[in-house]
Design a protein around this ligand. Structure first.
Ligand code: MG
Length: 344
């Protein structure tokens, strides 16, 4: 998700304010997932050919939501809490949440590691408590400029959570269209994969693709070899992206790439505008047919089309259907009705 001028202006307004994040919770790696929860049902994920499969080897298609940029002072950081995760687990029957941890912008991990790590830990710990899968996403458009920060972030998470079945590492949200896959994104990805694998040999790693995670065809033409449990991200915004992007995705699948939709919206690519429900349903049919997992952008009460919550929703909860926007209510109907184990 690209940052908007509105978000940047909020940051400017918020500069000078000071919030103290809560201390990270303790390591919950030894806990068992609650009976009947998604992680209790499916266990450790891995890839098999062009599919993500569960511990039984069956294709698994997770459905859930992505939190908004965790950026300190952007206004959605307070939603990184257990009440929000619990709401999506209990009321939406979600199997997946995504922590979109701001990387390199002012207010991101590089300038405020404590605040952003606390938000990551809050969502990951809450997801583990509920037996959900959880993506730790390095939310950046310039990650190749500072791979050392990403290595530090992910190796820390791998040490803390790498023994749980829950954690999924998304090492680069959306490379720009100018970040060439073969010479920029792929070498960055290999550096990150090597660093994570030194600590965690097996959990799923999601690799971003050129052009805001749309050029999966380029990754398919020059895939990362010699690694296990690597999937590639495909992002779409249904009002902007349609059959031509699905054609690229289909070609990548046929070339053998497992795909993971770690971020999608029903609105325009900039996160605003109305929900294109017909296009969303075409995308859902595509993901259903191919067993692809997906997380909706975004857990936010910012005044824009993609937000799940209405402006002014209390970040502490309790959350109800009354708090949902048009997009939020529509996405809830999709997530709550999603079958994690499609018959193929
Ligand atoms: Mg592991």
């Amino acid at each position: 998700m690209k940052p908007s001028v509105f978000a940047l202006s909020l940051l400017a307004l918020a500069s000078g304010s000071c919030t103290t994040p809560p201390a990270p919770a303790g390591n919950t790696a030894a806990e068992s997932p609650p009976a009947g929860s998604p992680v209790a049902l499916h266990g450790e994920l891995r890839t098999n050919g062009n599919r993500v499969v569960n511990a039984d080897g069956n294709t698994v298609s997770l459905a859930g939501v992505s939190f908004f940029w965790s950026t300190t002072g952007w206004g959605q950081d307070d939603l990184y809490n257990a009440a929000a995760v619990d709401y999506f687990a209990d009321d939406w029957d979600a199997s997946l949440v995504r922590a979109a941890i701001a990387a390199d912008r002012n207010g991101g991990y590089v300038s405020d590691p404590e605040g952003n790590l606390a938000r990551a830990h809050a969502v990951i710990d809450a997801a583990i408590d509920k037996g959900l899968y959880v993506i730790a996403d390095w939310h950046s458009h310039h990650a190749e400029d500072n791979p050392e920060a990403a290595v530090e972030f992910f190796t820390g998470l791998a040490e803390k959570y790498g023994d749980t079945p829950n954690i999924i590492y998304e090492i680069y949200n959306e490379p720009l269209d100018t970040a060439d896959w073969s010479t920029v994104v792929k070498p960055y990805s290999k550096q990150l994969i090597d660093a994570i694998r030194e600590v965690d040999p097996d959990n799923l790693i999601l690799v971003g693709t050129q052009s805001w995670s749309q050029d999966v065809d380029k990754a398919a033409a020059d895939p990362i070899l010699g690694e296990t449990n690597i999937a590639y991200t495909l992002h779409f915004y249904a009002a902007s992206h349609k059959q031509d992007l699905r054609d690229k995705a289909q070609a990548a699948l046929e070339a053998g790439l497992p795909l993971f939709v770690s971020e999608w919206g029903g609105v325009n690519y900039d996160g605003d505008g109305g929900v294109d429900k017909a296009s969303v349903m075409q995308w859902m049919a595509f993901m259903r047919a191919n067993g692809i997992s997906h997380a909706n952008w975004a857990v936010s009460d910012k005044k824009e089309g993609a937000s799940i919550f209405k402006p002014g929703t209390s970040p502490a909860g309790p959350f109800t259907d009354e708090d949902l926007t048009e997009s939020g209510a529509f996405v809830k109907s999709i997530v709550a009705g999603w079958d994690e184990t499609p018959t193929e």
